[in-house]
Write a protein that binds this ligand. Structure first.
Ligand SMILES: [Zn+2]
Ligand SMILES: [Zn+2]
Length: 167
């Protein structure tokens, strides 16, 4: 049973809120909420605060009987829906991070700061590239439809931790 959850757009980014957000997006996009998809939404929500790899997720889900192909197919789906972004890490591995709900309303414009250590995401409130994009696009006669900018670095906490660790 679902239980009452009228606050669909509540700002809460808790694990349960995020899980529901993912399920809502899947449903709105016309995907059935199969058992494996619900399990995956749960697992992704639980990993929302650090970058994770597809293998990490599969390790977690295989114990619950979710197949590898389903995991990777659904990861791709969640990327298309804007829930997950791929992050290229310094170790050369690809990880995923969860874009928390409550970002800018405009899905075509999500410029973000991403912490490569803990996966924390902060949205920019202004586009730093607007002028330069418009200028170059005009010069080239290019029509821009969308863009997003991921600025990868360390959040204050992680930067503090790395600096302290370097001691
Ligand atoms: Zn961090
Ligand atoms: Zn922008």
């Amino acid at each position: 049973m679902q239980g009452g959850n009228p606050g669909k757009n509540a700002p809460s980014a808790g694990v349960a809120g995020l899980e529901q957000h993912i399920l809502d997006l899947l449903e709105e996009a016309g995907h059935r909420l199969t058992g494996p998809r619900v399990q995956l939404a749960k697992a992704v929500s639980a990993m929302a605060h650090r970058p994770f790899s597809g293998e990490d997720l599969y390790e977690d889900l295989r114990r619950r009987g979710v197949g590898r192909a389903t995991v990777f197919r659904t990861l791709k789906l969640l990327q298309d829906l804007g829930v997950l972004s791929r992050l290229h890490m310094e170790d050369g591995c690809q990880r995923y991070i969860v874009a928390p709900p409550g970002g800018p309303a405009d899905a075509d414009h999500r410029d973000r700061l991403i912490c490569r250590r803990c996966g924390r995401v902060a949205y920019l409130d202004q586009c730093p590239m607007e002028e330069s994009m418009a200028r170059v696009a005009e010069q080239l006669g290019y029509h821009i439809e969308s863009h997003h900018l991921d600025i990868v670095g360390l959040c204050a906490d992680c930067h503090g931790a790395e600096t302290a660790g370097a001691g």
